[in-house]
Each structure stands twice: as structure tokens, then as C-alpha cells.
Ligand binder design. Structure first.
Ligand code: RIB
Length: 314
């Protein structure tokens, strides 16, 4: 089976603490510690693979124990992997705190992710895929290079601009077919692109906007398809000629929202391949998978498998 979706992006070792409430400034609290595989790119590859679609992950790790252990993880997940090992830079890490209602706060130290170079990208793999997914957790120039390489080969490109950074070169936008920000990233982008028009717009007021207004905002960015993920509100899909709010699947108890955005992105891409590029059906699939992911602890570890999804989607 050939690779259908290629994810180029970050791998982090996630160091997570579960606690009752987030610590206040200068406060020390107790929490339950767990170390897991993470990184937005890697999590998205896992989300795709567990839906049964052949996936490859391209990333960069350090020459340390975190980097060494992750290879077996990809073998176990059935993900083809292309990892560049950096001699002098550690594997990326993320410090994650999760509270009793499943909310999270994350700090990332990109480490080796920031060293991923265009020379590390298996070009044929990118050119022969149906979909290529990138995020903003790896070297920006390399991300721009991958999106251009894919676009030149008429491969559908998806960018999840997380975590948001506004130091990207403007041309990067031209090579994105589908942009999937969350409400915080979307707000930052709108303020970046239209600073005068939308000064008092925040990630909290986004939910008060009409669908028409939200669609108008999306149309300012200059990308054909924008899907804003809205947490437990679902997602908003804006294409050149249509828009729709798709409610979330909120039927289950939320345990940990870490990686829910990654679950959405990976599942959306998987749906796009499975459902003949049907954007709305793929976004509904993304909502369902993200809704299942929050019922388990961790990021990659919470991605649901095909049989869990099948009973609910078909
Ligand atoms: O989206 C969740 C991910 O963000 C975590 O796995 C962490 O590594 C950070 O990249």
C-alpha cells in the first residue's frame, strides 16, 4: 500500500502532570507524572494511522534516550518514519499540566525540531502523497519548503499553524490549500492580517460572532479553505463559496484535551483521502475523532482506533 498522507513536523517527549487545579504564580503543588510520546506533527501522524490510512512521518530528534526510544513507537504504530538525528541538540520536549476538568497548559522546547532542514525532506515521498500536513513547531523555512514542494506537485497541503508564530514569510500562505487553526491561532492571524479592522476581536468573542461574520473574517486570510477548531463548540468551515458551523461530539466525559487539535487535523486529512475530498464530511470525521480523543489521557496515546470510530461514524 502506498503512503497517502505525509506529516512533516515535530516530535516531542511529553512530560505531563495531572493535578486538581493549575498552580498559581509562585505556588508549588503536587501532581501525577507520566512521560509519553508527543509533538504536534507526530500526534497527527498517529491520528491518521489509527484511522487505517497509510502514513509517513518526517521529523528530527536528538541523539539521546528520548530520540532513541521513539523509533520503536513508530514501528508499533505502523507509521513509516524518516527521522534525522541531531548530534548536538536534544530531542524536543513539552511540559504539560492537565487540570481536573481536562484543560491543559503546555510549554514546548523545540530542540531538534528546529534543526529540521530542507535537505532532510524525502522529496519523492512528499511529491507522491495525496495530502501533506505541516505545523509551526518545526523549522519555519523547512515548513515553507515542504508546502511549496507539495503544492508544485499538486499534492493537497494542510497547515495547522500551531503554536502560532507570526515570523513566517508571507509567501508561505500561497502554498496552503487548507488551514486549520484553533480559535487562539485564528485570532492572532486575523490581528496580523487586518490589524486595523479587528483590534477588539479576541478568542473569547469569536463565539459571539454570527457565522456570516466569521466567514468574512476567514476570507481576509487568502486561503481557499479555513477550518477553525472551536473546542467543545465544534469547528467552523469556511470555503470560497460556503460556510458552516459543525457542532462537536460532546457526549463523553472530558479527561484530557491535550492533542485534541492534533486528533482533528489527522482525522480531517484521513477523511479527505477516504471521502473523495469532501470537506464537510472530513470535518465531521475530525470532530468525532477529536471528541473521542479527549476521553483518554495523553496526546498520541489518546488517538482512537478505527474500530472505535467505525461504530459511531457509519
Ligand atoms: O498538541 C499537543 C502537543 O503539543 C503535545 O503532544 C506537545 O508535545 C505539544 O507539541
Amino acid at each position: 500500500m502506498s503512503i497517502k498522507i505525509v506529516v512533516v513536523g515535530s516530535y516531542n517527549q511529553d512530560l505531563s502532570w495531572i493535578c486538581d487545579e493549575f498552580p498559581k504564580t509562585e505556588e508549588t503543588i503536587f501532581g501525577k507524572f507520566k512521560m509519553r510520546t508527543g509533538g504536534k506533527g507526530s500526534n497527527q501522524a498517529v491520528a491518521v494511522a489509527r484511522t487505517g490510512i497509510k502514513t509517513a512521518f518526517v521529523g528530527s530528534i536528538g541523539n539521546d534516550s528520548f530520540g532513541k526510544e521513539v523509533k520503536q513507537f513508530y514501528v508499533d504504530e505502523g507509521i513509516e518514519f524518516f527521522l534525522t538525528e541531531q548530534e548536538d541538540t536534544p530531542t524536543g520536549t513539552a511540559g504539560i499540566v492537565v487540570n481536573s476538568i481536562g484543560q491543559n497548559k503546555i510549554i514546548v522546547s523545540p530542540g531538534a525540531n528546529d534543526k529540521l532542514s530542507p535537505l532532510d525532506i524525502p522529496e519523492n515521498l512528499v511529491r507522491e502523497a495525496q495530502v501533506v500536513i505541516c505545523q509551526f513547531e518545526s523549522q519555519l523555512n523547512t515548513t515553507a519548503y515542504v508546502l511549496k514542494t507539495a503544492r508544485d506537485a499538486k499534492v493537497t497541503t494542510i497547515l495547522n499553524p500551531a503554536p502560532m508564530r507570526l515570523d513566517f514569510k508571507p509567501g508561505l500562505i500561497d502554498n496552503i490549500d487548507i488551514l486549520i487553526p484553533n480559535e487562539i491561532e485564528f485570532t492572532q492571524l486575523i490581528k496580523h492580517f487586518c490589524p486595523k479592522l479587528y483590534m477588539d476581536f479576541t478568542e473569547n468573542t469569536i463565539h459571539q460572532l454570527s457565522e456570516e461574520k466569521l466567514h468574512q473574517l476567514c476570507r481576509n486570510i487568502g486561503i481557499d479553505t479555513i477550518i477553525v477548531t472551536l473546542g467543545h463548540h465544534g469547528c467552523f468551515v469556511s470555503t470560497n463559496d460556503n460556510f458552516k458551523l459543525l457542532p462537536a461530539n460532546n457526549h463523553n466525559k472530558v479527561i484530557d484535551t491535550t492533542g485534541a487539535g492534533d486528533a482533528f487535523v489527522g482525522a480531517f486529512a484521513s477523511g479527505y483521502v477516504q471521502f473523495n475530498k469532501d470537506i464537510l464530511k472530513s470535518a465531521k470525521f475530525g470532530n468525532l475523532v477529536a471528541g473521542l480523543s479527549v476521553t483518554k489521557l495523553g496526546a498520541a496515546s489518546s488517538m482512537p482506533y478505527r474500530d472505535e470510530i467505525n461504530s459511531l461514524f457509519y
